[in-house]
Design a protein around this ligand. Sequence first.
Ligand SMILES: Cc1cc2nc3c(=O)[nH]c(=O)nc-3n(C[C@H](O)[C@H](O)[C@H](O)COP(=O)(O)OP(=O)(O)OC[C@H]3O[C@@H](n4cnc5c(N)ncnc54)[C@H](O)[C@@H]3O)c2cc1C
Length: 468
Amino acid sequence: MVVGDFVNEVDVLVVGAGPGGYVAAIRAAQLGKSVLCVDKDEVGGVCLNRGCIPSKALITAAHQYEAAKNSDVMGVIAESVKLDFAKVQEFKNNIIAKQTGGIRSLFKGNKVEFMKGEVFFIGENIVSVSNEDEGHRYKFNHCIIATGSRPIELKTFPFGRRIISSTEALSLTEVPKRLVVIGGGYIGIELGQTFAKFGSKVTVLEGSSSILPGFDADLTRLVTRNLKKYDVEVITDAMADKADQTDDEVTVTYTVNGEQKQVTADYVLVTVGRRPNTDNMGLDTIGIKMTERGLIEVDKQCRTNIPNIYAIGDIVAGPALAHKASYEGKVAAEVIAGLPSAVDYKVVPSVCFSDPEIASVGLSESEAKKQGKAIKVGKFMYGANGRAQTMNASDGFVKIVADKETDLVLGAHIVGAESSNLIAEMALAIEMGATLEDIALTIHAHPTLGEMTMEAAEVALGRPIHSL
Ligand SMILES: Cc1cc2nc3c(=O)[nH]c(=O)nc-3n(C[C@H](O)[C@H](O)[C@H](O)COP(=O)(O)OP(=O)(O)OC[C@H]3O[C@@H](n4cnc5c(N)ncnc54)[C@H](O)[C@@H]3O)c2cc1C
């Protein structure tokens, strides 16, 4: 690499090394392109460093802690179960280190060059990259922008001191005694429930009438019940107005049913959504088309209005999910390499790693009805599944939504243990155009949770064996 005013040239420049960018970079390199991936931070993006992976590490540790305390029902008496929160954080940090190391090895093995630095666009095929050393300029033939998103900051709840975002929540050095969560979306519920299991007294303030919008009410009901079990107070239709902080605590004033109330906690975690990182990088000066919300407009091939510049992940429309970003990354890289690739969003599973987990793919029952589709639904309860009982996890159900005429699977929705893994079979079923019969006739190993998808398909077909 040459520095200073000298301009370096690269075939594909990938901006951002999150699950969108690093996957795009590897795929482009596999297809024979010379690739430079630049990130101002560590490889892995939000997902690996302050999102999916660290949150799941904490969620699992909290689950283990809770399970150990309550395993006497199985005859396992774990006396004086203790929590070493510093060790929990160490467990999480080790995973991040291993995973980021893994991406660096993948880059090396695929001959992707990685550079730490902040990218700023100075033309349609040229950027400046600034880092601790100095500035560099790179000319590119193609560019894939994958700069992700950051937590939305509320004006009356500016981040700092006792008001934190998910990033700081994941790295707390001790379990807060009291935690207020503003926002009952999936990040707020996952983290709120986790800290409740670690021992925090958690209050969730949600502006709308229910938590976890986006999932049907029958799926979220079990989560709401479990939140109560962990003494999490969920206050819906509650607007958080302001915060008053001291060195040790913060008092949140909120309005519910026209009445102003207050709740005091050690920290306030604000999880009211994320905003795309499309500002402060010169995209406006080169004329990239954006929506009012700052999302970059792209076509089905992830191409922006500037033909050699692509955009993927959280900065384009659709759910802000890691697997959606990676999927788009592969499409963009393949299009650049001349392959006939394009996105198809029929199958984008979404999972909330609450307790119990909620997983969903394809059309929900309510969406299908709204679209005026004639459907049939098959529902099978975890309580009737042998494996679920042996896991002491008999709460939940698997629901399959299918076309009434053709039996084509349109959607699947699962709430219960391991639904995050079970949903993969249903995603494949929809992708492959499977019918209820295809699922019902597939031999599923016994005893497994996976049998429930077969059973739900049989219910929809009117011939269930293990339910009446
Ligand atoms: C707490 C939490 C939990 C989550 N859990 C899940 C989950 O369970 N499952 C799931 O699918 N999703 C989850 N997500 C969402 C997921 O993390 C994001 O959807 C995903 O990371 C988006 O990937 P991306 O590649 O678009 O961007 P990011 O992962 O945000 O990466 C963007 C990268 O671009 C870099 N960058 C930005 N601007 C510049 C610049 N100008 N120059 C150079 N580099 C730049 C950033 O440093 C960053 O590394 C979670 C998010 C959070 C916050």
